[in-house]
Design a binder for this molecule. Sequence first.
Ligand code: BG6
Length: 494
Amino acid sequence: MVIFGAGGDLTKRLVVPALYNLGCSGLLPRDFAIVGVDLAQKTTEEWHKDLFAMTDQFVKASDPNANVNQSVWKSLTDGMYYFQGDLTDSARYENLKAKLAEIDKQRGTGGNYLFYLAIADRFFGTVVEKLGQCCLASQRDGHWRRVVIEKPFGHDLSSAVALNRQILKVLGEDQIYRIDHFLGKETVQNIMMFRFANGIYEPIWNRDRVDHVQITVSETVGVEKRGRFYEKTGALRDMIPNHVFQLVAMTAMEAPNSFHADAVRTEKAKAIEAIRICGASDVPCTAVRGQYGPGTIDGYEVAGYRDEPDVAPESDVETYAAMKLIIDNWRWSGVPFYIRTGKRMTKRKTSIGIRFKETPAALLRSTQADWPVPNWLVLRIQPEEGISFEFGAKMPGPVMKLGQVKMDFKYEDYFGKAPATGYETLIYDVMIGDATLFQRADNIEAGWRVVQPVLDYWSLHLPKDFPNYAAGTDGPPAAGELLRQDGRSWRAIT
Ligand code: BG6
Protein backbone atom coordinates (compact mmCIF):
# COMPACT_ATOMS: atom_id res chain seq x y z
CA MET A 1 0.00 0.00 0.00
CA VAL A 2 1.40 3.35 -0.99
CA ILE A 3 -0.05 6.27 0.94
CA PHE A 4 0.41 9.63 -0.75
CA GLY A 5 0.02 12.24 1.98
CA ALA A 6 1.76 10.13 4.62
CA GLY A 7 2.16 13.07 7.01
CA GLY A 8 -1.36 14.39 6.61
CA ASP A 9 -4.21 14.40 9.07
CA LEU A 10 -6.25 11.81 7.27
CA THR A 11 -3.41 9.29 7.30
CA LYS A 12 -2.68 9.85 10.97
CA ARG A 13 -6.24 10.12 12.26
CA LEU A 14 -8.04 7.56 10.16
CA VAL A 15 -6.08 5.47 7.69
CA VAL A 16 -3.34 4.19 10.00
CA PRO A 17 -5.66 3.60 13.01
CA ALA A 18 -7.92 1.67 10.61
CA LEU A 19 -4.96 -0.41 9.42
CA TYR A 20 -4.06 -1.04 13.05
CA ASN A 21 -7.63 -2.22 13.74
CA LEU A 22 -7.47 -4.50 10.72
CA GLY A 23 -4.19 -5.83 12.12
CA CYS A 24 -5.90 -6.47 15.49
CA SER A 25 -8.62 -8.44 13.71
CA GLY A 26 -6.03 -10.43 11.77
CA LEU A 27 -7.31 -9.06 8.48
CA LEU A 28 -4.04 -7.79 7.01
CA PRO A 29 -2.15 -10.02 4.61
CA ARG A 30 1.00 -11.56 6.08
CA ASP A 31 3.28 -10.00 3.45
CA PHE A 32 1.75 -6.55 3.76
CA ALA A 33 3.95 -3.44 3.46
CA ILE A 34 3.23 0.28 3.45
CA VAL A 35 5.19 3.06 1.82
CA GLY A 36 4.26 6.54 3.01
CA VAL A 37 5.05 9.33 0.57
CA ASP A 38 5.22 12.97 1.57
CA LEU A 39 7.14 16.16 0.91
CA ALA A 40 8.71 16.63 4.35
CA GLN A 41 12.17 15.25 5.04
CA LYS A 42 11.84 12.72 7.80
CA THR A 43 13.02 9.26 8.67
CA THR A 44 10.89 6.16 8.80
CA GLU A 45 11.36 6.12 12.60
CA GLU A 46 10.09 9.71 12.92
CA TRP A 47 7.09 8.82 10.80
CA HIS A 48 6.30 5.81 12.98
CA LYS A 49 6.52 7.99 16.08
CA ASP A 50 3.96 10.50 14.72
CA LEU A 51 1.64 7.71 13.75
CA PHE A 52 1.95 5.97 17.08
CA ALA A 53 0.91 9.10 18.96
CA MET A 54 -2.32 9.37 16.94
CA THR A 55 -3.09 5.67 17.08
CA ASP A 56 -2.60 5.74 20.83
CA GLN A 57 -5.01 8.69 21.06
CA PHE A 58 -7.52 6.76 18.96
CA VAL A 59 -7.29 3.68 21.18
CA LYS A 60 -7.65 5.76 24.35
CA ALA A 61 -10.63 7.69 22.99
CA SER A 62 -12.88 4.68 23.48
CA ASP A 63 -11.15 3.38 26.63
CA PRO A 64 -8.72 5.65 28.54
CA ASN A 65 -7.07 2.59 30.13
CA ALA A 66 -6.47 0.79 26.85
CA ASN A 67 -3.06 0.69 25.16
CA VAL A 68 -1.93 0.07 21.62
CA ASN A 69 -1.31 -3.65 21.19
CA GLN A 70 2.48 -3.69 20.85
CA SER A 71 2.75 -6.88 18.87
CA VAL A 72 0.17 -5.70 16.29
CA TRP A 73 1.86 -2.31 16.11
CA LYS A 74 5.26 -3.90 15.65
CA SER A 75 4.15 -6.21 12.89
CA LEU A 76 2.47 -3.27 11.15
CA THR A 77 5.41 -0.87 11.45
CA ASP A 78 8.02 -3.50 10.56
CA GLY A 79 6.68 -3.19 7.04
CA MET A 80 6.21 0.59 6.96
CA TYR A 81 8.67 2.77 5.07
CA TYR A 82 8.77 6.53 4.66
CA PHE A 83 9.62 7.91 1.23
CA GLN A 84 10.26 11.63 0.72
CA GLY A 85 8.90 12.88 -2.57
CA ASP A 86 7.31 15.75 -4.43
CA LEU A 87 4.03 14.64 -6.02
CA THR A 88 4.75 16.63 -9.16
CA ASP A 89 8.26 15.32 -9.73
CA SER A 90 8.27 12.55 -12.36
CA ALA A 91 11.77 11.40 -11.40
CA ARG A 92 10.61 10.61 -7.86
CA TYR A 93 7.99 8.22 -9.23
CA GLU A 94 10.76 6.27 -10.95
CA ASN A 95 12.56 6.15 -7.59
CA LEU A 96 9.35 5.07 -5.91
CA LYS A 97 8.95 2.31 -8.45
CA ALA A 98 12.46 1.08 -7.68
CA LYS A 99 11.73 1.27 -3.94
CA LEU A 100 8.59 -0.82 -4.39
CA ALA A 101 10.47 -3.42 -6.40
CA GLU A 102 13.13 -3.56 -3.68
CA ILE A 103 10.49 -4.07 -0.96
CA ASP A 104 8.79 -6.74 -3.06
CA LYS A 105 12.07 -8.58 -3.25
CA GLN A 106 13.02 -8.12 0.38
CA ARG A 107 9.71 -9.03 1.91
CA GLY A 108 8.32 -11.32 -0.76
CA THR A 109 5.24 -9.09 -1.07
CA GLY A 110 2.87 -10.21 -3.77
CA GLY A 111 3.33 -7.39 -6.27
CA ASN A 112 -0.19 -6.01 -5.87
CA TYR A 113 -0.21 -2.26 -5.25
CA LEU A 114 -2.87 -0.17 -3.60
CA PHE A 115 -2.25 3.56 -4.03
CA TYR A 116 -4.07 5.67 -1.47
CA LEU A 117 -4.45 9.35 -2.38
CA ALA A 118 -4.79 11.04 1.02
CA ILE A 119 -3.75 14.35 -0.51
CA ALA A 120 -5.22 17.70 -1.54
CA ASP A 121 -7.70 17.15 -4.36
CA ARG A 122 -5.77 19.36 -6.79
CA PHE A 123 -3.14 16.59 -6.98
CA PHE A 124 -5.49 13.67 -7.72
CA GLY A 125 -5.19 13.95 -11.50
CA THR A 126 -1.45 14.62 -11.45
CA VAL A 127 -0.61 11.64 -9.25
CA VAL A 128 -2.68 9.27 -11.38
CA GLU A 129 -1.03 10.59 -14.55
CA LYS A 130 2.44 10.19 -13.08
CA LEU A 131 1.65 6.66 -11.91
CA GLY A 132 0.57 5.95 -15.47
CA GLN A 133 3.71 7.48 -17.00
CA CYS A 134 6.03 5.27 -14.99
CA CYS A 135 3.85 2.19 -15.59
CA LEU A 136 2.98 1.82 -11.93
CA ALA A 137 -0.71 1.77 -12.80
CA SER A 138 -0.70 -1.06 -15.29
CA GLN A 139 -1.93 -4.46 -14.16
CA ARG A 140 0.28 -7.27 -15.40
CA ASP A 141 0.93 -10.93 -14.74
CA GLY A 142 -2.11 -11.24 -12.53
CA HIS A 143 -1.02 -8.40 -10.24
CA TRP A 144 -3.53 -5.69 -9.53
CA ARG A 145 -3.12 -1.92 -9.20
CA ARG A 146 -5.88 -0.04 -7.38
CA VAL A 147 -6.18 3.65 -6.59
CA VAL A 148 -8.19 5.06 -3.71
CA ILE A 149 -9.32 8.64 -4.20
CA GLU A 150 -10.63 10.71 -1.33
CA LYS A 151 -13.16 13.49 -1.52
CA PRO A 152 -13.76 16.14 -2.76
CA PHE A 153 -14.11 14.57 -6.18
CA GLY A 154 -14.49 17.77 -8.18
CA HIS A 155 -15.99 21.09 -7.10
CA ASP A 156 -18.86 21.06 -9.52
CA LEU A 157 -20.18 19.02 -12.40
CA SER A 158 -17.64 20.09 -15.00
CA SER A 159 -14.59 19.59 -12.76
CA ALA A 160 -15.87 16.14 -11.68
CA VAL A 161 -16.40 15.14 -15.31
CA ALA A 162 -12.94 16.47 -16.22
CA LEU A 163 -11.29 14.58 -13.35
CA ASN A 164 -13.07 11.36 -14.27
CA ARG A 165 -11.91 11.79 -17.85
CA GLN A 166 -8.33 12.46 -16.77
CA ILE A 167 -8.01 9.44 -14.49
CA LEU A 168 -9.92 7.10 -16.79
CA LYS A 169 -7.25 7.70 -19.42
CA VAL A 170 -4.81 5.93 -17.13
CA LEU A 171 -6.96 3.54 -15.10
CA GLY A 172 -9.89 1.25 -15.77
CA GLU A 173 -13.04 2.01 -13.76
CA ASP A 174 -12.45 -1.29 -11.91
CA GLN A 175 -9.12 0.07 -10.60
CA ILE A 176 -10.64 3.24 -9.11
CA TYR A 177 -12.06 3.34 -5.59
CA ARG A 178 -13.64 6.75 -4.92
CA ILE A 179 -14.18 6.91 -1.18
CA ASP A 180 -17.17 8.35 0.57
CA HIS A 181 -16.45 7.65 4.21
CA PHE A 182 -20.20 7.63 5.05
CA LEU A 183 -20.32 4.27 3.31
CA GLY A 184 -17.87 2.92 5.87
CA LYS A 185 -20.40 3.50 8.63
CA GLU A 186 -22.08 0.26 9.71
CA THR A 187 -25.43 1.99 10.06
CA VAL A 188 -25.28 3.25 6.47
CA GLN A 189 -24.45 -0.21 5.19
CA ASN A 190 -27.30 -1.56 7.27
CA ILE A 191 -29.87 0.49 5.35
CA MET A 192 -29.71 -2.03 2.53
CA MET A 193 -29.92 -5.00 4.90
CA PHE A 194 -32.82 -3.45 6.75
CA ARG A 195 -34.74 -2.87 3.53
CA PHE A 196 -33.86 -5.94 1.54
CA ALA A 197 -33.29 -8.65 4.14
CA ASN A 198 -36.58 -8.08 5.93
CA GLY A 199 -39.75 -8.94 4.07
CA ILE A 200 -42.08 -6.52 5.82
CA TYR A 201 -40.76 -3.16 4.65
CA GLU A 202 -40.67 -3.31 0.87
CA PRO A 203 -44.44 -3.44 0.42
CA ILE A 204 -44.81 -0.13 2.29
CA TRP A 205 -41.59 1.51 1.07
CA ASN A 206 -43.16 3.55 -1.70
CA ARG A 207 -45.56 6.32 -2.65
CA ASP A 208 -48.59 4.29 -1.51
CA ARG A 209 -47.64 4.40 2.16
CA VAL A 210 -44.85 6.98 2.55
CA ASP A 211 -45.81 10.63 2.91
CA HIS A 212 -42.30 12.08 2.81
CA VAL A 213 -38.71 11.46 3.89
CA GLN A 214 -36.44 13.70 5.97
CA ILE A 215 -32.69 13.29 6.03
CA THR A 216 -30.72 15.27 8.58
CA VAL A 217 -26.96 15.51 8.96
CA SER A 218 -26.43 18.07 11.69
CA GLU A 219 -23.12 18.73 13.36
CA THR A 220 -22.17 20.74 16.43
CA VAL A 221 -18.61 21.32 15.23
CA GLY A 222 -17.80 24.50 13.37
CA VAL A 223 -15.23 24.68 10.61
CA GLU A 224 -12.43 24.11 13.13
CA LYS A 225 -9.06 24.67 11.43
CA ARG A 226 -10.47 24.16 7.95
CA GLY A 227 -11.50 27.75 7.21
CA ARG A 228 -9.40 27.95 4.05
CA PHE A 229 -10.89 24.75 2.65
CA TYR A 230 -14.40 25.63 3.73
CA GLU A 231 -14.31 29.10 2.18
CA LYS A 232 -13.92 27.40 -1.21
CA THR A 233 -16.39 24.65 -0.45
CA GLY A 234 -19.38 25.48 1.74
CA ALA A 235 -21.93 23.08 3.20
CA LEU A 236 -23.62 22.15 -0.06
CA ARG A 237 -20.47 20.96 -1.84
CA ASP A 238 -18.95 19.51 1.31
CA MET A 239 -21.86 17.28 2.28
CA ILE A 240 -24.74 17.00 -0.16
CA PRO A 241 -23.66 15.50 -3.52
CA ASN A 242 -21.61 12.94 -1.62
CA HIS A 243 -22.61 11.96 1.94
CA VAL A 244 -26.24 13.05 1.96
CA PHE A 245 -26.91 11.66 -1.52
CA GLN A 246 -25.52 8.32 -0.39
CA LEU A 247 -28.25 8.26 2.25
CA VAL A 248 -30.84 9.34 -0.31
CA ALA A 249 -29.68 6.65 -2.75
CA MET A 250 -29.74 3.88 -0.15
CA THR A 251 -33.22 4.91 0.95
CA ALA A 252 -34.68 5.42 -2.50
CA MET A 253 -32.97 2.76 -4.64
CA GLU A 254 -34.67 -0.30 -6.07
CA ALA A 255 -33.53 -3.71 -4.87
CA PRO A 256 -30.40 -4.66 -6.83
CA ASN A 257 -30.26 -8.02 -8.59
CA SER A 258 -27.43 -9.04 -6.27
CA PHE A 259 -24.92 -7.53 -3.87
CA HIS A 260 -22.40 -7.43 -6.67
CA ALA A 261 -20.70 -4.01 -6.82
CA ASP A 262 -22.07 -3.02 -10.19
CA ALA A 263 -25.59 -4.21 -9.46
CA VAL A 264 -25.70 -2.05 -6.32
CA ARG A 265 -24.02 0.95 -7.90
CA THR A 266 -26.31 0.85 -10.90
CA GLU A 267 -29.40 1.02 -8.69
CA LYS A 268 -27.90 3.84 -6.63
CA ALA A 269 -27.03 5.81 -9.75
CA LYS A 270 -30.58 5.32 -11.07
CA ALA A 271 -32.06 6.72 -7.85
CA ILE A 272 -29.92 9.86 -8.02
CA GLU A 273 -30.48 10.24 -11.76
CA ALA A 274 -34.22 10.24 -11.08
CA ILE A 275 -33.99 13.37 -8.92
CA ARG A 276 -35.59 16.25 -10.78
CA ILE A 277 -33.05 18.86 -11.87
CA CYS A 278 -34.50 22.21 -10.97
CA GLY A 279 -34.35 25.28 -13.13
CA ALA A 280 -32.89 28.57 -11.87
CA SER A 281 -36.33 29.99 -11.07
CA ASP A 282 -37.12 26.96 -8.85
CA VAL A 283 -34.02 27.28 -6.69
CA PRO A 284 -35.50 29.73 -4.12
CA CYS A 285 -38.32 27.34 -3.24
CA THR A 286 -36.15 24.21 -3.49
CA ALA A 287 -32.98 25.11 -1.62
CA VAL A 288 -32.13 27.11 1.49
CA ARG A 289 -28.74 28.21 2.74
CA GLY A 290 -27.57 29.53 6.06
CA GLN A 291 -24.50 30.67 7.91
CA TYR A 292 -24.00 30.47 11.66
CA GLY A 293 -23.45 33.51 13.80
CA PRO A 294 -22.13 33.44 17.38
CA GLY A 295 -24.08 31.33 19.84
CA THR A 296 -23.92 28.70 22.55
CA ILE A 297 -23.20 25.01 22.15
CA ASP A 298 -23.31 22.69 25.16
CA GLY A 299 -23.15 25.69 27.46
CA TYR A 300 -20.07 27.20 25.76
CA GLU A 301 -20.10 30.41 23.79
CA VAL A 302 -18.78 29.90 20.30
CA ALA A 303 -17.77 32.31 17.56
CA GLY A 304 -19.72 32.94 14.40
CA TYR A 305 -18.43 31.57 11.10
CA ARG A 306 -17.09 34.94 9.97
CA ASP A 307 -14.88 35.07 13.07
CA GLU A 308 -13.33 31.65 12.51
CA PRO A 309 -9.64 31.49 11.46
CA ASP A 310 -9.01 31.87 7.71
CA VAL A 311 -12.57 32.99 7.03
CA ALA A 312 -13.32 36.33 5.36
CA PRO A 313 -15.07 38.80 7.71
CA GLU A 314 -17.83 39.30 5.11
CA SER A 315 -17.91 35.70 3.92
CA ASP A 316 -20.97 34.60 1.93
CA VAL A 317 -20.16 30.92 2.29
CA GLU A 318 -22.99 28.74 3.59
CA THR A 319 -22.51 26.50 6.61
CA TYR A 320 -26.03 25.10 6.30
CA ALA A 321 -27.92 23.82 3.29
CA ALA A 322 -31.34 22.25 2.89
CA MET A 323 -33.08 21.01 -0.22
CA LYS A 324 -36.36 19.53 -1.30
CA LEU A 325 -35.80 16.69 -3.75
CA ILE A 326 -38.42 15.31 -6.08
CA ILE A 327 -37.62 11.81 -7.22
CA ASP A 328 -39.30 11.35 -10.57
CA ASN A 329 -39.78 7.63 -10.69
CA TRP A 330 -42.54 5.08 -10.25
CA ARG A 331 -41.80 4.31 -6.59
CA TRP A 332 -41.46 7.85 -5.27
CA SER A 333 -43.77 9.96 -7.38
CA GLY A 334 -45.32 12.59 -5.10
CA VAL A 335 -43.07 11.76 -2.11
CA PRO A 336 -40.64 14.60 -1.42
CA PHE A 337 -37.27 13.93 0.19
CA TYR A 338 -36.22 16.87 2.37
CA ILE A 339 -32.54 16.98 3.22
CA ARG A 340 -30.58 19.31 5.50
CA THR A 341 -27.07 19.58 6.81
CA GLY A 342 -25.30 22.19 8.85
CA LYS A 343 -22.47 23.02 11.17
CA ARG A 344 -22.81 24.41 14.68
CA MET A 345 -26.32 23.12 15.11
CA THR A 346 -28.14 22.08 18.29
CA LYS A 347 -26.98 18.50 18.28
CA ARG A 348 -24.82 16.07 16.36
CA LYS A 349 -27.24 13.85 14.58
CA THR A 350 -27.50 11.95 11.32
CA SER A 351 -30.83 10.32 10.71
CA ILE A 352 -33.27 9.25 8.05
CA GLY A 353 -36.90 9.77 9.00
CA ILE A 354 -39.63 8.08 6.98
CA ARG A 355 -43.03 9.55 7.61
CA PHE A 356 -45.91 7.26 6.73
CA LYS A 357 -49.30 8.42 5.54
CA GLU A 358 -52.13 8.86 7.99
CA THR A 359 -55.02 6.47 8.32
CA PRO A 360 -58.40 7.62 7.07
CA ALA A 361 -59.46 7.01 10.68
CA ALA A 362 -62.71 8.94 10.70
CA LEU A 363 -63.84 6.85 13.67
CA LEU A 364 -61.33 8.66 15.87
CA ARG A 365 -62.98 12.02 15.24
CA SER A 366 -65.71 11.24 17.70
CA THR A 367 -63.17 10.49 20.47
CA GLN A 368 -60.80 12.67 22.42
CA ALA A 369 -57.91 11.00 20.68
CA ASP A 370 -55.33 13.48 19.57
CA TRP A 371 -55.42 12.31 15.97
CA PRO A 372 -53.52 11.98 13.73
CA VAL A 373 -50.47 10.48 15.41
CA PRO A 374 -47.68 10.40 12.84
CA ASN A 375 -45.96 7.07 12.14
CA TRP A 376 -42.24 7.65 11.83
CA LEU A 377 -39.61 5.08 11.09
CA VAL A 378 -36.29 6.63 12.02
CA LEU A 379 -32.92 5.19 11.06
CA ARG A 380 -30.38 6.74 13.41
CA ILE A 381 -27.09 6.71 11.58
CA GLN A 382 -25.07 8.44 14.32
CA PRO A 383 -24.66 8.86 17.25
CA GLU A 384 -26.86 6.51 19.35
CA GLU A 385 -27.01 4.23 16.34
CA GLY A 386 -30.30 2.44 16.03
CA ILE A 387 -33.73 2.29 14.48
CA SER A 388 -37.00 3.36 16.01
CA PHE A 389 -40.61 3.25 15.06
CA GLU A 390 -43.02 5.83 16.44
CA PHE A 391 -46.72 5.15 16.52
CA GLY A 392 -49.89 5.91 18.41
CA ALA A 393 -51.14 3.79 21.31
CA LYS A 394 -54.21 4.10 23.47
CA MET A 395 -53.37 5.73 26.77
CA PRO A 396 -54.63 3.66 29.70
CA GLY A 397 -57.89 4.91 31.22
CA PRO A 398 -61.58 5.15 30.51
CA VAL A 399 -61.22 8.03 28.05
CA MET A 400 -60.16 7.20 24.47
CA LYS A 401 -56.88 9.10 24.18
CA LEU A 402 -53.86 8.47 22.01
CA GLY A 403 -50.24 8.75 23.08
CA GLN A 404 -47.15 8.76 20.86
CA VAL A 405 -44.94 5.79 21.72
CA LYS A 406 -41.74 4.37 20.35
CA MET A 407 -40.19 0.97 19.69
CA ASP A 408 -36.46 1.31 19.81
CA PHE A 409 -33.55 -0.81 18.66
CA LYS A 410 -30.02 0.20 19.68
CA TYR A 411 -27.06 -1.39 17.95
CA GLU A 412 -25.07 -1.34 21.16
CA ASP A 413 -27.62 -3.52 22.97
CA TYR A 414 -27.23 -6.31 20.45
CA PHE A 415 -23.80 -6.00 18.95
CA GLY A 416 -21.71 -4.13 21.55
CA LYS A 417 -19.39 -1.37 20.51
CA ALA A 418 -16.03 -1.94 18.84
CA PRO A 419 -13.76 1.07 18.32
CA ALA A 420 -13.65 1.73 14.59
CA THR A 421 -12.77 4.64 12.36
CA GLY A 422 -15.20 3.63 9.60
CA TYR A 423 -12.25 3.12 7.23
CA GLU A 424 -11.61 -0.50 8.19
CA THR A 425 -14.28 -1.98 5.94
CA LEU A 426 -13.42 0.37 3.11
CA ILE A 427 -9.69 -0.42 3.12
CA TYR A 428 -10.39 -4.11 3.50
CA ASP A 429 -12.80 -3.99 0.57
CA VAL A 430 -10.20 -2.34 -1.66
CA MET A 431 -7.76 -5.10 -0.77
CA ILE A 432 -10.22 -7.83 -1.70
CA GLY A 433 -11.40 -5.91 -4.78
CA ASP A 434 -14.98 -5.30 -3.69
CA ALA A 435 -16.09 -1.91 -5.01
CA THR A 436 -19.69 -2.05 -3.74
CA LEU A 437 -19.10 0.71 -1.19
CA PHE A 438 -17.26 3.01 -3.58
CA GLN A 439 -18.57 5.59 -5.97
CA ARG A 440 -18.55 4.89 -9.67
CA ALA A 441 -17.96 7.76 -12.12
CA ASP A 442 -21.67 7.96 -12.96
CA ASN A 443 -22.68 8.05 -9.26
CA ILE A 444 -20.46 11.06 -8.69
CA GLU A 445 -21.55 12.93 -11.78
CA ALA A 446 -25.26 12.29 -11.10
CA GLY A 447 -24.87 13.91 -7.67
CA TRP A 448 -23.16 17.00 -9.05
CA ARG A 449 -25.78 17.30 -11.81
CA VAL A 450 -28.52 17.71 -9.19
CA VAL A 451 -26.78 20.39 -7.13
CA GLN A 452 -25.27 22.34 -10.03
CA PRO A 453 -28.30 24.65 -10.60
CA VAL A 454 -28.27 25.53 -6.90
CA LEU A 455 -24.54 26.26 -6.94
CA ASP A 456 -25.02 28.44 -10.03
CA TYR A 457 -27.96 30.32 -8.60
CA TRP A 458 -26.29 30.90 -5.24
CA SER A 459 -23.11 32.18 -6.84
CA LEU A 460 -25.12 34.74 -8.83
CA HIS A 461 -27.46 35.76 -6.01
CA LEU A 462 -25.43 36.42 -2.91
CA PRO A 463 -27.17 36.01 0.43
CA LYS A 464 -28.38 39.22 2.05
CA ASP A 465 -29.11 37.92 5.52
CA PHE A 466 -25.94 36.08 6.61
CA PRO A 467 -25.39 35.13 9.38
CA ASN A 468 -28.97 33.87 9.58
CA TYR A 469 -28.85 31.30 12.37
CA ALA A 470 -27.20 31.37 15.75
CA ALA A 471 -24.75 28.62 16.63
CA GLY A 472 -26.56 26.03 18.72
CA THR A 473 -29.88 26.24 16.87
CA ASP A 474 -31.63 24.12 14.25
CA GLY A 475 -30.67 26.30 11.27
CA PRO A 476 -32.19 29.32 9.53
CA PRO A 477 -35.94 30.02 9.74
CA ALA A 478 -36.19 29.83 5.94
CA ALA A 479 -35.52 26.10 6.18
CA GLY A 480 -38.79 25.73 8.06
CA GLU A 481 -40.55 27.52 5.21
CA LEU A 482 -39.29 24.89 2.75
CA LEU A 483 -41.55 22.34 4.45
CA ARG A 484 -44.27 24.73 5.61
CA GLN A 485 -45.09 25.52 1.98
CA ASP A 486 -45.99 21.81 1.67
CA GLY A 487 -47.92 21.73 4.97
CA ARG A 488 -45.14 19.86 6.78
CA SER A 489 -42.46 20.57 9.37
CA TRP A 490 -38.99 19.28 10.24
CA ARG A 491 -38.56 16.81 13.03
CA ALA A 492 -36.89 18.49 16.01
CA ILE A 493 -33.16 17.80 16.05
CA THR A 494 -32.90 17.52 19.83
C1 BG6 B 1 -16.47 15.40 5.86
C2 BG6 B 1 -16.73 16.87 5.73
O1 BG6 B 1 -16.46 14.79 4.59
O2 BG6 B 1 -17.48 14.80 6.65
C3 BG6 B 1 -16.75 17.50 7.10
O3 BG6 B 1 -15.70 17.45 4.94
C4 BG6 B 1 -17.77 16.81 7.99
O4 BG6 B 1 -17.04 18.89 7.00
C5 BG6 B 1 -17.53 15.31 7.99
O5 BG6 B 1 -17.64 17.32 9.29
C6 BG6 B 1 -18.65 14.58 8.71
O6 BG6 B 1 -18.31 13.23 8.86
P1 BG6 B 1 -18.63 12.43 10.18
O7 BG6 B 1 -18.16 11.06 9.91
O8 BG6 B 1 -17.91 13.12 11.28
O9 BG6 B 1 -20.10 12.52 10.35
